[in-house]
Design a protein around this ligand. Structure first.
Ligand SMILES: Nc1nc2c(ncn2[C@@H]2O[C@H](COP(=O)(O)OP(=O)(O)O)[C@@H](O)[C@H]2O)c(=O)[nH]1
Ligand SMILES: [Mg+2]
Length: 692
């Protein structure tokens, strides 16, 4: 494959709600660009982008995948991002490879939570966006209504730059209002350029005015011209579109049928002609320690890149997909992993379509490429030279909020499970793996129930490990509300042989929420020798981790060590650890212990008629409505709800709204669990303790 100059590269990311048609659109682009010799589809299970066996089984994307198309002398790199918010970590990682975010919105469903989240993310990092409205060929498709919804939600920067010719089954092409022409598709693959249909003249006239005005705003000189002449030349409009893309000043909207490819050619022309090149990408920063610096993108400079995706292929091994942020890199060479410090040698550099590879001679600034079989470089690592720039600053990944314990059904699968789960976690930065030291079980944490379930399905279907999934343990916390003074912690065993002896006296008081554990040594006069202070603290920390009243970790407690007693012979570190632990337990019990529960923030988007039902349901879950706004015929509801009350929210919302609502959920904060529920939790914990 020939090498493209950085200025001829276009990196587009396809974002939006699950099922809106992102992967279908990506397939259309790689087919038209001849990277794929046939038009593959999600439904048939042969998609280049949804290549993982679990994605094929679900007919839905779970992971970001890349492809590319050569079009109008440009190289369009495509990253297809999963829309399901369970896989939102992938979305954040993929933003590195996105210079133009394409927000895919279905003409039937309009703005959904996935749309909102995608716009939020890309706006927060300053990546310009455009909107592609898919499914204009479907029954009940309504382009005008969707544009109105988008404008209500995202403001007047959103302007249609093309209109569909015909609607629903009669959709046959698009009117390009910048170039004042029409593209019609008798054969969906080959657009024929022609005049704007006479029947659409008045629609085009009224839709064109706001577009021209918005484009004129991109440049003072153009604005003046527009005021004087009331019109702008096609060349001027084109120039303004390029500028508007680059600055984010215009969010153009175009309609397509992604399934048949009608309109996709037109879209690719716009991306090639007007989309931003990697050379003008703004906002990349790197950090070394606490120091952050802006990265200067220099095509001839030192190589600097970021691995945003690891694919762990059972045959090919590890495939590390990265963006060249600055400089360039050639095959059969080496780089330094700036995150771990390791030197990595590699052979070929490849372009990927899903996981199909094609070798290249060089990877220039902006390109998205991959190398295989690196020893330790994984997704999330920065690569470059030893005297390089530090590590890339990334937007924060969503924090896992739900944990399940997993155990192999068959005990002999222990080792297999451990190896397999590590591969799965490497492929998905939103998943976290830990081990419960007490039960020796693996804990898999993810962004939602569906997320963790998908990992379990992968274990079974891809790695042949059947596991039992234990209901999630809600991450409650213990803390205190009151204070206590001069609490004794005493450990004494002095019968026969060398004894054990240690005593401490502490004051205990609550710390601010999020303040953690604070320990102050306030002993004056040496009532216990210095070397026993650290063991006392350690004993307390161990005890905090295990919890005191209900078996959940303690948080936000201050302890002041005020006095103690020791014995010349019998006192040792272990005795004072025990004394610390006892003192801590006694302190907590004396300080009105309370339980904190995790509270989630929910964003829900539903058609107006379901607003009442959804809000009533939130209240019945001990939730609080935090706000909301109307977008077209839809309602956005923001609420906070205790995690324990919304574990099954996905299926509950589906049945409440006949599957016409969508939502996202992230951890927000901790709050005190109401006393009646706390009592029950504590009582249940006691029962467990007695059983053991
Ligand atoms: N009729 C029609 N169906 C589409 C279009 N785009 C996508 N689909 C269908 O919508 C479903 C979801 O598409 P998919 O690409 O997997 O959505 P994604 O989750 O956004 O990647 C699939 O069944 C597609 O065949 C379109 O423009 N027209
Ligand atoms: Mg998809």
């Amino acid at each position: 494959m020939k090498t493209f100059e950085p200025g001829s590269i276009r990196n587009v990311g396809l974002y939006g709600h699950q099922g809106s048609g992102k992967t279908t659109l990506a397939e259309a682009m790689v087919f038209l660009g001849k990277t794929s010799n046939r038009l593959c589809s999600v439904q048939e299970g042969n998609s280049n982008f949804d290549f993982d066996s679990e994605e094929i089984r679900r007919r839905s994307s779970m992971s970001a995948a890349v492809g590319y198309a050569q079009w109008a002398k440009k190289l369009i790199n495509i990253v297809d991002v999963p829309g399901d918010t369970n896989f939102a970590a992938e979305t954040v990682m993929a933003s590195v490879a996105t210079d133009l975010g394409i927000i895919v919105v279905s003409a039937v469903d309009g703005v959904q939570v996935g749309t909102e989240k995608a716009v939020e993310l890309l706006s927060s990092i300053g990546v310009p966006i455009m909107v592609v409205v898919t499914k204009v060929d479907r029954e009940r498709a309504d382009y005008g209504k969707i544009v109105a919804e988008l404008q209500a939600k995202f403001g007047p920067t959103v302007v249609p730059m093309a209109l569909p010719i015909g609607s629903e089954a009669a959709f046959s092409g698009v009117v390009d209002m910048v170039n004042n022409c029409a593209w019609t598709y008798k054969d969906p693959l080959v657009g024929v350029k022609g005049d704007v249909p006479a029947s659409m003249a008045s629609d085009v006239e009224s839709a064109r005015e706001p577009l021209v005005e918005k484009l004129a705003e991109q440049d003072d000189e153009l604005m003046e011209k527009y005021f004087e002449e009331g019109e702008l030349s096609t060349e001027n409009l084109q120039r303004a579109l390029t500028a508007g893309f680059a600055s984010g000043g215009v969010i153009p909207v175009v309609p397509v049928n992604a399934l048949s490819c009608a309109g996709v050619e037109f879209l690719m022309n716009i991306i090639a002609a007007h989309g931003p090149s990697p050379l003008i990408r703004k906002g990349f920063k790197s950090f070394k320690g606490d120091n952050k610096t802006d990265i200067v993108i220099d095509a001839d400079g030192k190589f600097f890149g970021y691995v945003f995706k690891s694919i762990v292929d059972l045959q090919a091994g590890r495939i590390s997909v990265f963006r060249v942020i600055s400089g360039s890199v050639a095959p059969d060479s080496q780089f330094v992993n700036l995150t771990t410090g390791a030197k990595e040698r590699f052979g070929s550099i490849v372009k990927l379509l899903g996981k199909k590879q094609e070798q290249v001679d060089k990877a220039v600034t902006g390109d998205v490429v991959a190398v295989v079989k690196l020893k330790e470089t994984k997704g999330g690592h920065t690569i470059g030279f030893e005297d390089g720039e530090g590590q890339l600053v990334m937007p924060p990944l969503p924090a896992p909020c739900i944990s399940f314990a997993i155990k192999p059904k068959n005990n002999s699968d222990e080792d297999k499970l451990s190896a397999a789960i590590q591969k799965i976690v490497e492929e998905d930065p939103g998943l976290q793996l830990s081990r419960d030291e007490e039960s020796k079980e693996f804990l898999v944490s993810g962004l939602g129930q569906v997320h963790v379930q998908s990992a379990v399905d992968k274990l079974k279907n891809k790695f042949n490990v059947d596991v039992d999934l234990k209901l999630p343990r809600i991450p409650y916390r213990e803390t205190i509300r009151g204070t206590a003074k001069n609490v004794e912690g005493k450990h004494k065993k002095q019968s026969g042989g060398r004894g054990q002896f240690g005593v401490c006296y502490i004051d205990m008081l609550p710390n601010v929420r999020g303040g953690g554990f604070e320990f102050e040594d306030a002993i004056f006069g040496g009532s216990i020798p210095k070397q026993f202070i650290a063991p006392i603290k350690k004993g307390m920390e161990d005890c905090m981790g295990r919890g005191v009243v209900a078996g959940y970790p303690c948080v936000d407690i201050k302890v002041r060590l005020i006095d103690g007693k020791y014995h010349d012979v019998d006192s040792d570190a272990r005795s004072f650890e025990m004394a610390g632990s006892r003192g801590f337990k006694a302190g907590v019990k004396a300080c009105t212990p309370i339980i904190l529960e995790p509270i989630m923030e929910l964003t829900i988007i539903v058609p107006e008629e379901y607003q009442g039902t959804v809000m009533g349901d939130i209240s019945s879950r001990r939730g609080r409505i935090m706000g909301g706004d109307a977008i077209g015929g839809k309602q956005v509801v923001k609420a906070t709800v205790p995690m324990s009350e919304c574990l099954q929210y996905a299926s509950d919302l589906r049945s409440m709204t006949s599957d016409r609502g969508s939502f996202s959920m992230v951890f927000d904060h901790y709050e005190e669990l109401p006393p009646n529920l706390a009592e029950k939790l504590i009582a249940d914990a006691k029962i467990e303790e007695e059983e053991e």
